[in-house]
Structures are given as structure tokens and as C-alpha cells.
Design a protein around this ligand. Structure first.
Ligand SMILES: [Zn+2]
Length: 409
């Protein structure tokens, strides 16, 4: 079983067992009629904190549902058959992954998906739609999805991924139609193990990255392998100190925001360039003869549309990067709060490599001041989520943090 697709999940034994049991139940029910509470369901909601592997769990489950290997051959979810490998590679004709390009999934996009998903499966056992970031569905898109989930076609399965079952993440109506499985934050030991076994990292690096990753597998991998990711983390954490120095505070704000933007550019630029090039080639092809004038009139709109999507994708990447930095900062203050309030070793620190700096901060700032710092960071995250300009939001946070810490000195 460990060689099967579910081996990609980190520290999620309970969910793995549940999904595997459902995939087994589904294959022993050729008529797809046994959609019971304990067995298979047409709609699933997979929740879990960022980095716990929601979309990986969904794709693994999709592979297990499509798997053509016998039980004796490691099925369902053997990881070796054609159905498993194509699903995992994203090329299975009956598995669709909906990944929001920008800040939300719109109603038109969802209608088109629902329509394709309602067809009978081609080669696979099921027609499967994985909706990553279902929390980014617009209201219209959620309603379009709800309609089909309420009366699902016999061979269609929807796998929705969201951070939590909170109504802000998933509409109550939609949630009530789904069977729910919840991933947990993987323990550092499990993350370190994966970094060693799958990524070939040494024990020391793997342990460090797993310990400071906040339970985010992808982030642990980046911190272990990318010096720039390590630098960005340092910069975010140094804001805790610099906020208390008025001459440094403004520069620190600019640096933090700029770092998030450049990280987002690095992540999205290459893909954007390829897309633009492909689109230009497609539009340029066959550009003579009948209908050319009409094509040209449409061209500007198509390019503008792509640019809009790319801009939106970059905004989101930049917001995510900034959010990550803010979580680092909040957990740094939390470490100081814990260090001030509890004897060493009671709680596991989020930043075990910063113990000295954290202890120094704890000795200067009282718990209620540290609490005010944490609140300021959380308010900043809320402000960013509500579309406040990053420089304003981060600036306000640094001002509050600075004041709290200066008063405490
Ligand atoms: Zn298989």
C-alpha cells in the first residue's frame, strides 16, 4: 500500500484509510447505486490547513477511483496502472482539475465545467471534477455547482477542496451535499521524513525546514532548497525588531511588500510569457484571407482578457506571499508570548532556530504587548483580504507593533 498513490500524502493516515475504503466500496458497486454514508458519494469536501495536501488528497482519491488494478495488484490506487499514472500526471481524460487562475472561479467557467462533467466517462470508471480552492467560487459559480451536486449524473464525482467548513470558505448549502474529510496539519517528523526520502535532503536540513514550516509541506521543501525563500523568512521575522526602530520601520515595510511582489513575479512571469507567446502565435496563424478583419477586431479583446487574468493571478500570488510572511511574524510573536508565559519546553516553538531572539523579545515586552502585536498582524491579514493596499495595511501594522514594543522597552 505504501507504494500506492496515497504515499504522497504526509501524515494523513485517517483520511487515507477513509478515501481508500470509499474507493473500494465504489468498485464493488458496479451499478453505482450504493451511495451510502459509509461508502461512496458523488460529492466530497476535502478540507485542511494550507500546505496539508488538500489538492494532492483529491487527486490521489481520483486516481484510486479510476484505478484499473485488481486488489491483488495494489488497487485501488496502485500508482502504477495507466489510470493512476495519467490521473496523477493530470492527463486522464475523465479527470478535470479546476484551478482558479485569479482571485475567484466565475460562473461561466463553472457552467462549462458542469456541462462537461455531466457526460458519461470516456475510458475511466467515473467522470471526476476536482475543484481546488472551492473557497474562491463566486456565489454564481457555487450555485451552478450546487445544482449539479443536488442531482448528480450517475457516474460523476465532484471533489471540492477548501481550507475549512467555515461558511466563508464553502457555502452551507454546498457543504451539506458533500461528504466531508478533514486533513490535519502534518507533524514536523512526517514532513522531515518526506524531505529525506522523496527529496534526498540531509537529516539536519530536513529537520530544520520541517520545524519552521508551520506544517506546510511545500513551504518546508522550498525553505530547505531555496536560499531566497530562507532570506524572505528572515526578512519577515526581522520586521519584529525593526518595527520598534522608527528610522528603520518604513524601509522595512517597503522591503516586505516588495519582496512579496517579486516572489509573485518569479512564480508567475515565466508562465505568463509562454501564454502570451502562444496566444500571439495562435492569433497570428492564418491571418490572411476571408474573415481576417473580424479576427483582428476580436484580437485586442482576447489579449486584454489574457492580460487581465495574468494580472489577477499575480495579485493573488503576491497576496499569498505576503500572507505567508505575516503568518511567520504572528507565530514569532506567539513564540515570544509562550516563552514569557510558560517554562521552556512546554509548547513546541514555531521558530526553534530563533530561540535567543525570541527570549530577548520576551524579556523586554510584556505578554499583553506581545498580544497586541499578534492582533496587529491578524488585523493586517484581514485588511489585505478585504483588498486594502498592501503598503497601507502593512504600514498600519508596523506602526502598532512599533508602538507596542517601544512602550515595552
Ligand atoms: Zn492504479
Amino acid at each position: 500500500m505504501m507504494s500506492g498513490v496515497f504515499a504522497r500524502l504526509v501524515g494523513q493516515q485517517t483520511v487515507e484509510a477513509e478515501l481508500l475504503a470509499a474507493a473500494r466500496a465504489a468498485r464493488h458497486d458496479s451499478a453505482h447505486s450504493g451511495m451510502t454514508a459509509g461508502g461512496m458519494s458523488h460529492a466530497w469536501l476535502i478540507t485542511g490547513p494550507p500546505g496539508s495536501g488538500r489538492s494532492i488528497a483529491a487527486v490521489c482519491f481520483a486516481a484510486a477511483l479510476q484505478c484499473i488494478a485488481d486488489d491483488s495488484d495494489g488497487g485501488p490506487g496502485c500508482g502504477r496502472c495507466r489510470a493512476c499514472t495519467t490521473t496523477m500526471a493530470g492527463t486522464h481524460a475523465d479527470v478535470r482539475r479546476v484551478v482558479p487562475e485569479g482571485l475567484s472561479i466565475g460562473v461561466d467557467e463553472m457552467r462549462a465545467i458542469v456541462q462537461t462533467a455531466s457526460r458519461r466517462p470516456g475510458t475511466g470508471r467515473w467522470q471526476i471534477v476536482v475543484v481546488e480552492d472551492a473557497d474562491r467560487l463566486t456565489e454564481g459559480a457555487a450555485n451552478a455547482l450546487l445544482k449539479v451536486v443536488e442531482e448528480p449524473p450517475p457516474s460523476t464525482v465532484f471533489l471540492l477542496c477548501a481550507p475549512s467548513v467555515d461558511p466563508e470558505d464553502i457555502a452551507i448549502t454546498l457543504r451539506s451535499r458533500c461528504r466531508h474529510v478533514a486533513l490535519v496539519t502534518p507533524p514536523p517528523e512526517a514532513i522531515a521524513q518526506v524531505l529525506i526520502e522523496a527529496d534526498g535532503l540531509d537529516r539536519e536540513t530536513a529537520d530544520w525546514a520541517a520545524a519552521v514550516s508551520g506544517g506546510h509541506v511545500g513551504r518546508a521543501r522550498r525553505l530547505a532548497t531555496d536560499p531566497e525563500a530562507r532570506q524572505r523568512r528572515q526578512r519577515a521575522l526581522s520586521l519584529a525588531r525593526e518595527a520598534a526602530t522608527p528610522s528603520r520601520a518604513f524601509t522595512a515595510v517597503d522591503e516586505l511588500v516588495a519582496a512579496a511582489e517579486s516572489e509573485a513575479r518569479d512564480l508567475t512571469l515565466e508562465r505568463a510569457e509562454i501564454e502570451t507567446e502562444e496566444l500571439r502565435t495562435a492569433l497570428g496563424a492564418g491571418g490572411t484571407g476571408k474573415g481576417t478583419a473580424g479576427t483582428l477586431r476580436g484580437t485586442a479583446g482576447v489579449i486584454k482578457d489574457l492580460e487581465r487574468r495574468q494580472k489577477s493571478r499575480q495579485t493573488r500570488a503576491s497576496r499569498d506571499a505576503l500572507d505567508r510572511a505575516l503568518i511567520d511574524l504572528a507565530t514569532y510573536f506567539r513564540d515570544a508570548l509562550v516563552a514569557a508565559a510558560a517554562p521552556a519546553g512546554v509548547a513546541r516553538p514555531n521558530h526553534p532556530d530563533m530561540t535567543d531572539a525570541v527570549a530577548a523579545m520576551a524579556s523586554h515586552a510584556s505578554p499583553d504587548r506581545l498580544l497586541r502585536c499578534i492582533e496587529a498582524v491578524l488585523e493586517c491579514r484581514d485588511a489585505l483580504a478585504a483588498n486594502v493596499k498592501p503598503r497601507f495595511a502593512v504600514g498600519a501594522m508596523v506602526a502598532t507593533v512599533g508602538q507596542a514594543l517601544r512602550d515595552g522597552l
